[in-house]
Every structure is written in C-alpha cells, then in structure tokens.
Design a protein around this ligand. Sequence first.
Ligand code: ZN
Length: 98
Amino acid sequence: MSQRKSRRRFWTTFVLGSALLGALAVYGFPHCVASEKLSRIHQGMTRDEVVRLLGPPVSARRCSGRRTEIGYGKPARYCSVDVFLDSTGQVTGVFHDH
Ligand SMILES: [Zn+2]
C-alpha cells in the first residue's frame, strides 16, 4: 500500500518536474540571457551594471581604441549576445544574434 503511494508520488514529481523544466527551457530562456533582462540594457550603462543584470560574461575582448566587447552565450544554443563598451566603459550598443 505504502509502496504504491510512493510510486505515484514519484511519477507525479517526475511529470510535473519535466513539464516545468520544459516550459522554462522554451518560454523562460529562449535566449542565452533572459530577453526581459536584455531589454533593460541601454546605452550609457556601465559594465558593472551590465554584469549585475546579466551575470559574468563568457568572453571579453579588447578592441581597438580601448573599446571592449563582452559576450554571452550558452553551449548548444544558437544565441549569442555581445555588449559593446567604449573607452570609458559605457555601453554603446548591443548585438544579439539568434
Ligand atoms: Zn537570442
């Protein structure tokens, strides 16, 4: 009797858990960063503000003229986000390839 009960609980947890993960993968994070957070990145923000919002970047590249480009991405996901910073460390643009 008790074994049947725990089996049922296992399947209920399994199904609910899979559905939740699936929904999260499809709707919550269709991009490598949450699009809701990405939409809050705007010109003039500092790198610290970007990192606070999106988390630490997976890549950072120095460009000519002391500009910096920080990139976000997830393995096995066709989505990359690059944030461009000028020599004073302020956001000049965002490039989103998806
Ligand atoms: Zn994307």
